[in-house]
Design a protein around this ligand. Structure first.
Ligand code: COA
Ligand code: MG
Length: 303
């Protein structure tokens, strides 16, 4: 997340690993709460069957009321606008303890503004500090979303993160598959991934890569995370506890990365009148300085 983001509360939310937990499973919640995820996304949407939606809402309300000690952000994925369930979901979960809401199947900034307005009223009603509840979106799940990305160039209040998904988009389009035989995304879904990355950059929020479905394949997850981090994603959605350690390690700069970033920052600080310097026979200029500062900011080192 850029260090100059005006919404400071957002900068306080660490978003490397975000684990989905179906809201109607006490067993999974118990399992998830001590495993090192930066955020749990308690899911009211697709992992909860329609007959259990009301029960699941009640369970989330109870979890929030329990005020358990935790070192992770408490996020809830609500049902999408258009499902007829969103307002009841929000009314049940916007209460003290909730840190954020993940909105699925958004079509652009207008949807975020609408939810934000609902949350304004619900925060006041529940005695929550105005603006505390942040928003994250799944930005690529509808065809309309794919042609509405320019709306993110105007930053939205409350928005702190953006992720993408290929399954619902594929279903909406009637695609037969979203993967090549070698496991890579087909072209339309590479576009969705890249659009999410660019839109998050334009909005100044965290770009979070989509889930890695094969939760027994640690090597595949690590390689996929390496590519995500290389491209600019700062964290990732998880669906299984076993994925958290790999994701955290991949999206945390290594000792060598940090040492190098400190060197770059120090070299520019030592000579404020130059825009380009050489270190170990390689050219460094402003983009390198920005990258170095970003790496240090991600470990809380003020620059
Ligand atoms: N959160 C918390 N605990 C989880 C978990 C999750 N997302 N996924 C698995 N676990 C638990 C299991 O309950 C099991 O616990 P136990 O030992 O107490 O029985 C343990 O981890 C091992 O699980 P495992 O047997 O490897 O997997 P599974 O077959 O039980 O579950 C899924 C597989 C995919 C159903 C499960 O990982 C899951 O529910 N993921 C989240 C799905 C979701 O929320 N999707 C919405 C976003 S796409
Ligand atoms: Mg979905």
């Amino acid at each position: 997340m850029p260090p100059d983001r005006p919404d400071d509360a957002a900068a306080g939310m660490k978003l490397r690993s975000l684990l989905f937990v179906p809201a109607d499973s006490e067993r999974k919640f118990a399992k998830a709460s001590g495993i090192g995820a930066d955020a749990l996304i308690i899911d009211l949407e697709d992992s909860v069957a329609p007959p259990r939606k009301t029960l699941a809402r009640g369970m989330v309300k109870e979890l929030l009321g329990a005020e358990i000690a935790r070192d992770w952000a408490f996020l809830v994925r609500v049902n999408p606008l258009g499902s007829g369930l969103t307002i009841e979901d929000l009314a049940a979960v916007v209460r003290p303890g909730l840190d954020g809401i993940l909105i699925p199947k958004v079509s652009g900034v207008a949807d975020i503004e609408l939810i934000s307005n609902y949350v304004d009223a619900l925060e006041v009603a529940a005695g929550v500090t105005p603006g505390h509840v942040k928003l994250l979106v799944v930005a690529t799940e509808t065809p309309a979303a794919m042609i509405g990305f320019s709306s993110y160039a105007t930053p939205s209040r409350r928005l702190v993160g953006m992720t993408w998904g290929a399954e619902d988009l594929g279903a909406a389009l009637g695609a037969l598959s979203n993967k090549e035989p070698n496991g890579e995304w087909t072209f339309p879904y590479q576009v969705a991934r890249a659009q999410c990355l660019f839109a998050a950059g334009a909005a100044g929020v965290a770009a979070l890569d989509t889930l890695y479905g094969d939760f027994r394949d640690q090597a595949g997850l690590a390689e996929s995370c390496r590519i995500a981090r290389r491209d600019g994603f700062v964290g990732r959605i998880a669906i299984h506890p076993d994925q958290i350690a790999t994701i955290n390690s991949c999206f945390t700069p290594s000792e060598a990365d940090i040492a190098h970033a400190r060197r770059v920052v120090a070299a520019f600080a030592a000579d404020p009148d130059v825009g380009t310097i050489g270190i170990d026979g390689k050219m460094y200029d402003m983009p390198h300085l920005i990258a170095a500062k970003r790496a240090l900011a991600s470990i809380g080192e003020g620059v």
